[in-house]
Design a protein around this ligand. Sequence first.
Ligand SMILES: [Zn+2]
Length: 265
Amino acid sequence: MSDGSLRLCVLASGSRGNASVVEVRSGDGPRQILLIDLGLSPRRLQQSLHARGISLSEVRCALITHFDRDHFHTAWASRDLPFPLLVREEHETWAFQCGADARTIRTFAGSVQPVPGVRVSSSLEFHDEMGVCALRLDTRSGDSMAYCTDLGSITSDLVDLCHEVRVLAIESNYCPRMQEASARPAFLKRRIMGPAGHLSNEQAARACDLIEPRDHVVLLHLSQDCNRPALARAAHEGRPYRVTVSSQHEPTDWISPRTNTHVPA
Ligand SMILES: [Zn+2]
């Protein structure tokens, strides 16, 4: 693929830590590695990358969706990072407050080119007070993927950003019945199920109906207590795309747009 192909591996996703890796290949040049979120400890992230034959020195940057601890592990703040943190400009102060080294922070507004041949577009979505950055990556050859987690609501900005993306990684946090039945305090249930909380399985499926992902959907950030992989997957039954359910403890396979297109479900 001369103009850039993408593939995604979700290393971990859930309230105990989120990190994903995107590999970009173009022409005969070396592959380029981007990370999305640094919610695992440096040790665990490096182990997980090594298991996939990736060294930290190959990482060109980390895109940070927001600075909740499960997306930016505090241990990264005190380290000399060998790569920049790409941060939405609205989150710059939050990054400082979390101890991120000012020398490593690169802010961006709507879009940014993190490595040659890849354009990242973004939108700021509802999540708690500070919001969350939804991301879309495009290459010149037409590969595309989007990564949207910790979303309170499905907005028209989000649908426009992700529309007809080849690979869509999107949060599918909870089953409403399990959430209601859980022993969690009422205020927490309200926050999670509210418009600045997290997406339910049904909301994630509804978002996919609007976004119309072309090849593959990766479900992110399943609640350990209030969801099950089979329930999250069942919400997408009969849809024309493949579905992968990410987990807190096991990385997904590499997911690439084209190679999976013709594999029967
Ligand atoms: Zn989170």
